[in-house]
Design a protein around this ligand. Structure first.
Ligand code: TTP
Ligand code: MG
Length: 356
């Protein structure tokens, strides 16, 4: 029997809370985070009025201000966002306890069996959206399908204040027309690599065998093989505890000097820092993962005196680890940076395996 999975994601979350609580921001382009003088800092999120100008999450404030001179910069109030996050979770719990939060504003729900015996995932998703609007004065978008992957893509289709249902009989056609860059989990480099091989959509990927996908894209090849057929049997895991936050990138060409690797490592560290911020986590242990052209894998870690989510600290530590680990001339295909050993969580016993 098919499962009934809902993915819910609040619209322009921090910005919407600010517009709700401060009437003077309503209908205006606002950015949460960053600095009005454009002196450093990045935008955490932008209201939809600001997105019209091209303002986006993780954009430096100077660029955001250049794109939209009347942009209002608002200082984040994390306590307010956490409170709303708890309120939406309480609404989810009216229907199911199988809730897997991905961040403050986003969660998967398994409503195969719902507490109120409504039976229809579409109806539950719409009820949740209506309740969030009526009780919290905020909007959310929802996607409904039979697995997490398709539900997540569906929730993004009609954002903001949107809804989409992709049922079992539509999944195949939907995945076939989907551009490869829309497959979440496919990064920019992989998407480019796919396109250079003439793979632009799900239909193109579907023509390849599992062995061919693994040959071209490594282990994730078998994930793509399944996903393009709409198969994803990952369960919704309630209140999963985040153990590590990481990012990695495979390069189109092998890198062999520190001069080439340094800026790439910095960029990857930046992605990790954005995620740490998004999940409100600070970690003590920085890990660098290195894959060589012969697929040999090396991971090296360093534990800091205090937990951090500071970009410079993460970058410097990652660079130090990399500098100590590799020798000039080694050919590097992939670099990754991870943070673990989070604040308020007991340090892991024994060697730190299982990162990434
Ligand atoms: P998202 O759900 O990615 O973005 P959003 O809710 O602002 O907008 P939408 O879903 O309508 O596209 O992230 C949720 C919140 O997490 C966001 O409001 C602010 C925070 N965040 C950051 O702090 N930094 C980031 O880089 C991102 C992407 C989000
Ligand atoms: Mg959101």
């Amino acid at each position: 029997m098919n499962r009934k999975i809902i993915h819910i994601d609040m619209d322009a979350f921090y910005a919407s809370v600010e517009q709700r609580d401060n009437p003077e921001y309503r209908g205006k382009p606002i950015a949460v985070g960053g600095s009005p003088e454009g002196r450093g800092g990045v935008v955490m999120t932008a209201s939809y009025e600001a997105r019209v100008f091209g303002v986006r999450s993780a954009m430096p404030s100077k660029k955001a201000r250049d794109l939209c001179p009347q942009l209002l910069f608002v200082r984040p109030r994390f306590d307010a966002y956490k409170a709303v996050s708890a309120q939406i979770r309480e609404i989810f719990h009216r229907y199911t306890d199988l809730i897997e939060p991905l961040s403050l504003d986003e969660a998967y729900l398994d409503v195969t069996e719902d507490k109120l015996e409504i039976g229809s995932a579409i109806e539950i998703a719409q009820l949740i959206r209506k309740t969030i609007r009526d009780e919290l004065n905020l909007t959310a978008s929802a996607g409904v399908s039979i697995n997490k992957f398709v539900a997540k893509i569906a929730s993004d289709l009609n954002k903001p204040d949107g809804f989409a249902f992709i049922g079992p009989s539509n999944i195949a056609a939907f995945m076939e027309q989907l551009p490869v860059e829309k497959f979440h989990g496919v990064g920019k480099v992989t998407a480019e690599k796919m396109k250079s091989k003439g793979l632009f959509t799900g239909a193109d990927l579907k023509r390849l065998s599992e062995a061919e996908l693994i040959r071209d894209f490594g282990k994730t090849g078998s994930f793509y093989f399944k996903i393009v057929r709409g198969q994803d049997d990952r369960p919704v895991t309630p209140d999963r505890e985040t153990k590590s936050v990481s990012a990695e990138d495979t390069f189109p060409h092998d890198l062999s000097t520190i001069e080439e690797m340094g800026p790439e490592l910095d960029r990857i560290a930046g992605l990790v820092q954005v995620r740490l911020q998004k999940y409100h986590l600070k970690g003590r242990t920085v890990t660098v993962k290195i894959k060589f052209s012969d697929f040999r894998l090396m991971t090296r870690s360093q534990t800091l005196p205090a937990p951090t989510d500071d970009l410079e600290t993460i970058r410097d530590t990652a660079r130090r680890i990399l500098g100590a680990a590799i020798e000039e001339g080694w050919k590097v295909r992939l670099l990754g940076v991870g943070l673990s050993n989070f604040e308020d969580q007991a340090p892991p016993a024994g060697p730190q395996l299982g990162l990434f």
